[in-house]
Every structure is written in structure tokens, then in C-alpha cells.
Design a binder for this molecule. Structure first.
Ligand SMILES: Nc1ncnc2c1ncn2[C@@H]1O[C@H](COP(=O)(O)OP(=O)(O)OP(=O)(O)O)[C@@H](O)[C@H]1O
Ligand SMILES: [Mg+2]
Length: 480
């Protein structure tokens, strides 16, 4: 019995059968005893009536009394027996007057015995003489008379066969049985409907969950009952939505990762091949050619350096992203810091004909709070970009600005600028606006990704404004 519907229906049915059986048998027994009590009452009244009528007749003629008793009995449909104190039968509606003397003593009939002690006695038994079940009610009358037919009569017994009662009770039982049967059919129908209504949404949930398990994540459970089952359905739906979102996220991550791997190998290949090319040319004889050997070695060295910086950037990125990068925050003077960064780039700027200047903070003691070495990386990247993506006679300016107790660092240039559509993507790893130009100036597109991470680790955010053809300015705020 695996189905909920079957369980519910079965439970209802068993319950109904038990209730109907109990109620049915109790009520049929009650009715039977009610009938019997009423009959006992009637027979007792009949006995009183016999007593009354006998007292009205002053005749002492016993034959006439016998006749009269028979008449009453016929009239009321009962059997009437008059019994004397010592048990002798004085008259009996079923026995002719002549045969009375041969009737056995009735003193030890149970109803007579009971009447002797309790005034009224009742007994139900099978009468062998008549062959039917009889209900006997005997009443004791103490005031014996000498003036009428009551003379010598101590017990008046009235009895009736109970076939009618039995038939009535049987009829009622039959009705109860049918009512019970109809009720049972109704209960079976109702419980089938109710249980189906309860189990149907659960079956729907089970089927949907099975489909979801097989991978059909677009399957939404369509149950809106608003009750507990509806809540289960809703919870499952939400779970599936979340799962779907997680899977999408996971797939995206997977894609980003494999893209990253592709990018990395691609970026590494160029310097390695070039390096290898120069070294092989040198080995193949160019090393003895004084017109090229030095420049080839210098180029090989430059590519080795490029490889080195690329690897450093990659290590940085992976450390930052795995949360391995440890930061050490402290206060340091921002003017000194910026001067040293700018100094490092003076030569590179000059080589490109770019003017690199610094607008120092008005207060030379202004300090900022951060990881100085990481921030040097940030500023180096920004200044490096500003010089690289600039033109002849271009300007790069590094400045500070006090804002509400904090310090904003800005690197602005008069370079090529960045188109609106690229602004939101330049912080992505390997993203370059102009791949050829970047490669020509030795860029891989990792610089700004590192900048973004480090600045965010300082609880800040890099902002950028740019006008293509005019210039760009990057800025971020540090605690002071
Ligand atoms: N100051 C700037 N002016 C114009 N374009 C810029 C500027 N700074 C960055 N960019 C654009 O944003 C891209 C991403 O910069 P990012 O510093 O991340 O990479 P990169 O400089 O190309 O390489 P890397 O810094 O890793 O050597 C650059 O390729 C360039 O196209
Ligand atoms: Mg860069």
C-alpha cells in the first residue's frame, strides 16, 4: 500500500466500518430492550386491568371466571393466568376449565418466584407447550377478596409471545444495516475524492521532482494550493531556481577560467617564441656578428623581462583572487610616496616625449592609510598606462586632493582616451581597447585588474573619466 490516496481511503473506510458496526449494534440492542420494556409495562398494565375487572364481578362462579379470563385474553391478544398462593392455577386463557386440575403447579415459575419477592416478576423463555418464545409478567396482589372472582387469586400472570418484537427489531436492524451500507458507500466516495485532492498535488510534486532530478531544470511545479503542500511546491521551485542560478554562475566561472587559461598561454607564447628566436639566431652565428649581436641580446633580455613582469602580474592576480595576498596597512606620507613613483617613471616618460609632473599636496605632512607597496603597484600601473597611451608632447599629471578628511589620488593624462563603450570593461583581466597598440607597447591587460583589486582591498573604488582623443583620468580615495 504505497499510495497516499489508498492509505487515506483505507483509513476512512476502516473507521467508518468500525463506527457503523458499533453504533448499529448498540442501537439495535437498545431498541430491542426498549421494545421489551414497553411490552413488560403493557403486560403489567394488563394484569392490573384483569385485577380490576375481576374485582367488579361479585359472582363466585369459577367456570364463569375462566370464561371471562379467556375473553379478556382474546381481546388483548395475550395469555392470562390466575395463580393461587400455593401455586395452583385457578384459570388460564389457554387451558379449558375442565383441564385446569391437570395443570402443574406454577409456584416455581421464575416470574412467579420473582413476583412473590418483588411484587412483579418478569421472565422470557421458550414455551414448550406453544413452541414460541414468551414474555411472562406476573404480578402479586395481596388483598385477597372473598366477595368476588379475586377470591384465592394471588398472582395474575399475563404473557405474550415476542415474535412481533423480534420481527420489529429485525426490521430495524435491517434498516440500520442498509443505512450503514449507504453511509459506507458515501464515505468511500467522499474519501476517494478528498484523498485524491490531497494526493494529486503531491503526486504532481513527486513527478516534477523526478523530472528535475533527471536534469530538466525548467520544470516548474504547478501547484498553487496555498496550504502546506503549496508551500512545499513553492520551496522546491525556489530551490530549482537557485540551483539554476548557481549552475549558470558556475558555468560562467568555468568559462572565465578557461578563457583566462587560453589568454595566459597565448600571452606567454609571444615573448617565449621571440626570446627563443633571438637566442637561436645568436647561436646560429649572429653572436659573432658585431653589428647585431648586442641588439639581439638586448631584445632577448627585454622579452625575458616582459615574461617576468607578465608572470609577476599573473601571480599577483591569482594571489589576490584566492585571497592569499596579505596586506599590511600603515600611515605614510603621500607626497614622498608619489614623488618616488613619479621619479621611477621620469626616464620612460622622457623616452616617449611625455611630460610627467606632480602637483604635491599643499600640506607636505599629509599621510594616507594603506599598504604602501601595493599602492605603489597601483600608481605604477596607472602612470605606466598614462604614459603608454599618450602621444608626443603629451602630459601626465599626478595629484592629490583632500576630501572630507580623506585623500584622493588622481592620475590624469592628455592621451588617446577611452571610448565610452570600453570604460566598463577595462578593469577585466586581459581586456584591451586596442589589442595591437597595447601589444606594441607591451601591455597584456592585467594592470587595471590588479589596480581594481588592490584599491578594493583598501575599501575604495577606482573611478575613471575619459574623452577619446583628449585624455583620461583615474582616481581613488584613501583614508587619511
Ligand atoms: N590612461 C589610459 N589611456 C587610454 N587607454 C587606457 C589608459 N589606461 C588603460 N587604458 C586601456 O585599458 C586597457 C587595459 O589597461 P591595463 O593596464 O589593464 O592593461 P595594459 O596596460 O594593456 O597591460 P598591462 O598593464 O597588463 O601591462 C589598455 O589596454 C588600454 O587600452
Ligand atoms: Mg597597464
Amino acid at each position: 500500500m504505497k499510495r497516499i490516496q489508498t492509505k487515506i481511503t483505507f483509513t476512512y473506510l476502516v473507521l467508518a466500518v468500525v463506527i457503523i458496526a458499533v453504533v448499529g449494534s448498540i442501537s439495535s440492542f437498545e431498541i430491542e430492550s426498549l421494545f421489551r420494556e414497553r411490552l413488560v409495562h403493557e403486560l403489567a398494565q394488563d394484569a392490573d386491568a384483569v385485577h380490576f375487572l375481576l374485582s367488579k364481578d361479585s359472582s363466585k362462579e369459577e367456570r364463569m371466571r375462566s370464561e371471562s379470563v379467556r375473553n379478556m385474553a382474546t381481546l388483548w391478544g395475550v395469555r392470562v393466568t390466575l395463580i393461587a398462593e400455593e401455586g395452583k392455577v385457578l384459570a388460564d386463557s389457554d387451558v379449558p376449565f375442565e383441564e385446569l386440575s391437570s395443570v402443574e403447579n406454577h409456584l416455581y415459575r421464575p416470574e412467579v418466584q420473582e413476583a412473590e419477592s418483588k411484587k412483579i416478576g418478569v421472565n422470557l423463555r421458550h414455551s414448550a407447550t406453544v413452541g414460541r418464545d414468551f414474555l411472562y409478567v406476573a404480578k402479586r396482589f395481596d388483598s385477597t377478596s372473598t366477595v368476588n372472582w379475586l377470591q384465592g387469586v394471588r398472582f395474575i400472570r399475563v404473557s405474550a409471545h415476542i415474535e412481533d418484537i423480534k420481527k420489529n427489531v429485525a426490521d430495524i436492524r435491517w434498516n440500520i444495516f442498509w443505512a450503514g451500507f449507504v453511509t459506507l458507500v458515501l464515505v468511500a466516495g467522499a474519501s476517494t475524492i478528498v484523498s485524491r485532492r490531497i494526493s494529486r498535488p503531491m503526486v504532481a510534486i513527486a513527478e516534477s521532482v523526478e523530472k528535475i532530478r533527471r536534469g530538466d531544470l525548467d520544470k516548474h511545479i504547478d501547484v498553487a494550493t496555498g496550504d502546506e503542500i503549496g508551500r512545499v511546491a513553492q520551496a522546491v521551485n525556489e530551490l530549482v531556481d537557485k540551483l539554476k542560478a548557481d549552475i549558470v554562475e558556475l558555468q560562467k566561472l568555468q568559462r572565465v577560467r578557461s578563457e583566462f587559461l587560453g589568454n595566459v598561454s597565448h600571452e606567454l607564447r609571444t615573448p617565449i617564441f621571440t626570446l627563443q628566436g633571438y637566442l637561436e639566431t645568436l647561436l646560429n652565428g649572429a653572436i659573432d656578428d658585431p653589428s647585431v649581436n648586442r641588439s639581439f641580446i638586448e631584445k632577448a633580455s627585454a622579452h625575458a623581462a616582459r615574461l617576468n613582469s607578465l608572470l609577476n602580474d599573473l601571480i599577483d592576480i591569482s594571489r589576490i583572487e584566492s585571497g592569499e595576498m596579505k596586506m599590511s596597512f600603515r600611515y605614510f606620507r603621500v607626497n614622498d610616496f608619489l614623488e618616488s613613483v613619479v621619479n621611477d617613471f621620469q626616464r620612460a616618460a622622457q623616452q616617449r616625449g611625455v611630460t610627467l609632473s606632480i602637483s604635491p599636496a599643499t600640506d607636505p605632512d599629509v599621510e594616507v592609510f594603506g599598504d604602501k607597496e601595493r599602492l605603489r603597484e597601483v600608481m605604477s600601473n596607472l602612470v605606466d598606462n598614462a604614459i603608454k597611451y599618450n602621444g608626443e608632447r603629451g602630459n601626465v599629471n599626478v595629484s592629490t586632493e583632500r576630501i572630507e578628511g580623506k585623500v584622493r589620488l588622481v592620475v590624469s593624462d592628455t592621451g588617446v582616451g577611452i571610448g565610452e563603450e570600453h570604460l566598463s570593461r577595462i578593469f577585466e583581466r586581459f581586456y584591451r581597447v586596442d589589442k595591437d597598440r597595447s601589444r606594441a607597447v607591451g601591455g597584456t591587460g592585467l594592470g587595471l585588474a590588479i589596480v581594481k583589486h588592490i584599491v578594493e582591498a583598501h575599501g575604495s573604488k577606482v573611478d575613471v573619466q575619459s574623452t577619446p582623443g583628449k585624455g583620461t583620468s583615474f582616481g581613488f580615495i584613501l583614508k587619511s
